[in-house]
Design a protein around this ligand. Structure first.
Ligand code: HEM
Length: 395
């Protein structure tokens, strides 16, 4: 490493940074396009341009054994859709692509809209509720578990597993150590629930088993693939909805603008993902030395792609720390980009827009009914609790 290489000893997985990562991100972006983190012995890309370029360059930024920071924990993810490169990756990714294609999703839109209304209407009648606990944590698990065709009993465990599993993408800190036994205990339990006998016919679960019957994927790949879809669709969507309603509750003028012009709803969802990206970081491994203006990342180095920082980079965005309802930041990296770009983004958009629309139909005003409480996870940003009071105008 040369003497001019940008280096930082910040702990991006420590409580202080996880509570409010944006000052640390700004400092990292100021240091350089690629920064070595001495504490974790890894590199990070904090600026938009380099994050997006790395996401689009799977040849030089491999996902094999590298989407998390710890080698031993990466082994557990080996061969999964998130942790493979083309051509293996294309096969895995192709298995559920029909179920997630726009035409298949458009058929789901009405049903998901109805389910959102059924969940939201009684909460609005109550007047005061917790956005995270009563709404955001309930909705995606019920939608996705039904799409997969999972047994009801498994659903409680899914959220505990997803939170623990996402922690294991970070370093071996206290959060990861506490999560490991939870993830391990539930790993096999979820596998059992995704066996063919336990899945409803006609769902994604059965479709993946059938792909194995046809020889498209190996039998051993069925459960990891289903588990990947299940986990990837939970805390991500939950926190997009939770953070989104927090941002809107704090900005009555934004809520009003959405009430008056519903065409802003899809745009505001993208702005939520830019401003409070639910996935803050995933890693890659370099397959050759990569040269930046004042640093060379060596071959086989772990590189953190800081989605949350890239989405706040003033080199890319005007006034990036301002939440702007009509910004339409369609090229944010909140869903990643490139071959691993989020496979469920269409579904996530339908789910979140359904929840926002069901609330906008009924609610004049959303106000905080208590302080929001943050939930700390090594890679996911979001809330544990968001108490609100809603006013319907029909007193
Ligand atoms: C707002 C909600 C969501 C956010 C912010 C989000 C974010 C992301 C990000 C950043 C990646 C890229 C990973 C990488 O580059 O290594 C990703 C991949 C993925 N997401 Fe999502 N996601 C969301 C919802 C969903 C949903 C609802 C599903 C399932 C239906 C899903 C399934 C996946 C899968 C399977 C991958 C791996 C794709 C691959 O490796 O080819 N996600 N997601």
């Amino acid at each position: 490493m040369s003497t001019t290489t940008p280096v930082s000893d910040v702990d991006i997985f420590g409580d202080e940074v996880l509570n409010d990562p944006y000052p640390a991100y700004e400092a990292l972006r100021g240091l350089g396009a690629a920064v070595h983190l001495s504490r974790h012995d890894c590199w990070v890309l904090p600026r938009y341009e380099q994050v997006r370029a790395a996401l689009g360059d799977h040849g030089r930024f491999s996902s094999v054994d590298s989407v998390g920071l710890e080698p031993a924990l990466n082994e557990r993810r080996r061969g999964g859709v998130l942790a493979s490169d083309p051509p293996e990756h294309e096969v895995l990714r192709g298995v559920l692509s029909e179920s997630l294609a726009p035409r298949a999703l458009s058929r789901l839109r009405t049903d998901i809209g109805r389910r959102a209304e059924e969940l939201v209407a009684p909460l609005v009648r109550r007047g005061t509720f917790d956005v995270v606990r009563d709404l955001a944590r309930v909705f995606p698990v019920s939608v996705v578990a039904d799409l997969i065709g999972m047994p009801l009993a498994a659903r409680e465990e899914v959220l505990r597993f997803a939170d623990a599993f996402f922690n294991t993408f970070g370093p071996l800190n206290a959060r990861t150590r506490e999560s490991l036994p939870v993830a391990e205990a539930l790993f096999d339990e979820l596998a059992a629930m995704m066996s063919r006998d336990n899945l409803e016919p006609g769902g994604w679960g059965e479709a993946v088993h059938r792909a194995a019957d046809r020889g498209v994927i190996g039998g051993h790949q069925v459960v990891p693939l289903l588990r990947a879809y299940l986990v990837a669709s939970m805390d991500t969507t939950i926190n997009a909805i939770g953070s989104g309603l927090w941002l809107l509750a704090e900005r009555p003028e934004a809520w009003q603008a959405l009430r008056e012009d519903r065409s802003l709803v899809p745009l505001v969802f993208e702005e939520i993902l830019r401003y409070e990206s639910p996935v803050q970081i995933f890693f890659r491994r370099t397959t050759c030395p990569i040269e930046y203006e004042d640093a060379v990342i060596p071959e086989q180095a772990h590189v953190g792609l800081l989605f949350g920082s890239a989405n706040r980079d003033s080199r890319k965005w005007t006034d990036p720390d301002r939440f702007q309802v009509d910004r339409a930041p369609m090229d944010h990296v909140g869903f990643g980009y490139g071959v691993h770009g989020c496979a469920g983004q269409g579904l996530a958009r339908i789910e979140a827009q359904a929840v926002f629309s069901a609330l906008l139909d009924r609610v004049d005003r959303v106000e905080l009914a208590g302080p929001p409480r943050r939930h700390l996870n090594n890679v996911i940003r979001g809330l544990d609790s968001l108490p609100v009071t809603v006013t319907t105008g029909r007193v």
